[in-house]
Ligand binder design. Sequence first.
Ligand SMILES: [Zn+2]
Length: 161
Amino acid sequence: MTAKSLAVRDALGFSADQYREWVAAHELGHAIASIGAGERVKEIEIVLDRDGPVMGRTVLSRWGRRDRMAALVGLHGGHVADELWLRARGLWSPERSAICQSSSRRDYEQISQLAESGTESAAAASAARRHIETNWSTFLAGLNFLATSSRLPGRALRVSA
Ligand SMILES: [Zn+2]
């Protein structure tokens, strides 16, 4: 792990396994929200070094739909999944929620560049939440898979819109 990812893990007060699951949950949120909105996801990758996960990334397929709303829904999926996962695991606290928000700041920057209004962004956030909640068993299966694998192909995610 990098010094930065270790510092984030310490601030969250997570074990190594919890930290890895947190990284995976965020990426699964992006992936499931993107697929639910009509994009195609090539893969999720958990980037590891010797000591553990450094970061995650969700790679969209070149053949996706790419409209603005779908992109916004996908971008919101990460932080929405953070919150849902923290609550589902009984780990939510205001401090952890704030750390999730600051570690999602690049997503928020892209959202604010893309969204034409706050209303549009809010609609995309609630669509992301709906996709993740509707596909919660897929989300959990993805977490399970990414606990021991560092790559999950998007086609393995069964997402209903
Ligand atoms: Zn993200």
